[in-house]
Design a protein around this ligand. Structure first.
Ligand code: HEC
Ligand code: HEC
Length: 251
């Protein structure tokens, strides 16, 4: 336990030092925990960075994770632990998350992953739902041609392909991850089969920053109205985006 505490404190400190050159966020010091129930682990560890409802925090570049399917969260923990993600100290958000993933026992991970899945999805709003200088209408075509075969028409994900739901994530987070795939910060480890798919997609089909912003703007339209009832939200998710007319765009 002692070793782990030192290790965690050390890495978080060095992470914040590396980060301070860029954005200077206040990185919380997360104490290790012996807890084995998912809720306690979430509240004592994850909430520090992902927020009490799992809504994420822009200043830490932490995604909203509430309601994420357990298979995907589990895969990402394995990726973080085994160096497929978060291996590069020049990518502080990922590096930080990898440190946390490595500090937990497999039993604790299983418990917290199940808890995360049960949390109600936090629908992005405000700055989390905005993409500057982007056109959702322009992003529609790329999404339908290149993304929905794996992420589905409504971006709700597909376990069989290992492709996560893109609903509920903040626009800036989706954009950051696409950039990480494109620059090889994510998905280039030789055993990262699923990440490699996204490295290919971003390099072949997302030609520039404009396309990237447009496709994210489109994905954001697939989110339901945050003020609607749970029932209406579910209906809106099934219906997909209000921008539906792909032929009007492609002709
Ligand atoms: C010290 C801050 C910090 C703590 C504590 C933390 N995370 Fe994270 N987490 C992050 C950041 C930052 C990212 C984004 C990494 C990136 O950009 O690749 C992240 C990414 C993730 C992802 C990947 C999401 C995706 O869409 O691929 C999952 C899943 C996750 N965290 C779950 C958890 C859980 C569960 C806990 C608690 C056991 C936790 N995190 C604790 C900061 C943290
Ligand atoms: C061939 C299948 C496939 C296609 C096509 C595809 N994806 Fe993915 N996508 C995946 C898989 C698999 C992952 C999970 C990678 C991992 O496990 O790290 C993923 C992950 C992502 C992520 C990271 C999500 C997160 O929570 O961190 C984003 C963003 C994303 N895809 C967007 C897109 C966009 C936009 C397109 C179209 C331009 C697209 N994807 C096309 C399979 C695909």
């Amino acid at each position: 336990m002692k070793i782990k505490r030192h290790y965690l404190a050390f890495v978080l400190l060095s992470t914040s030092a590396a980060w301070s050159q860029a954005a200077d966020p206040v990185v919380p010091v997360v104490a290790p925990t012996q807890a084995t129930d998912g809720k306690t682990i979430f509240q004592t560890v994850c909430a520090q960075c992902h927020g009490n409802s799992g809504e994420g925090k822009v200043e830490l570049k932490s995604p909203s994770i509430a309601g994420m399917p357990s298979w995907y969260v589990h895969t990402q923990f394995t990726n973080f632990r085994e160096g497929r993600r978060g291996h590069d100290a020049a990518d502080p958000p990922s590096f930080m998350m990898a440190t946390i993933a490595k500090a937990l026992q497999p039993k604790q991970i299983q418990a917290v992953v199940e808890h995360v899945e049960k949390l109600p999805m936090v629908v992005p709003q405000g700055q989390n739902r905005e993409m500057a200088e982007a056109s959702a209408q322009a992003g529609l075509q790329l999404f339908q041609e290149r993304c929905m075969e794996c992420h589905r028409y409504n971006a709700s994900g597909e376990m069989a392909f290992g492709s996560p739901p893109l609903l509920g994530r903040q626009g800036w987070y989706l954009a950051d991850q696409l950039k990480k795939f494109k620059t090889g910060q994510r998905g280039t480890h030789k055993s990262d089969v699923n990440g490699a798919k996204m490295v290919q997609i971003t390099n072949f089909f997302i030609e520039d920053d404009q396309m990237l912003r447009d496709v994210v703007a489109y994905i954001l339209t697939l989110n339901p109205d945050p003020a609607a009832s749970k029932e209406t939200q579910e209906k809106q998710i099934l219906e997909g985006s209000p921008f539906k007319d792909v032929t009007a765009v492609s002709q």
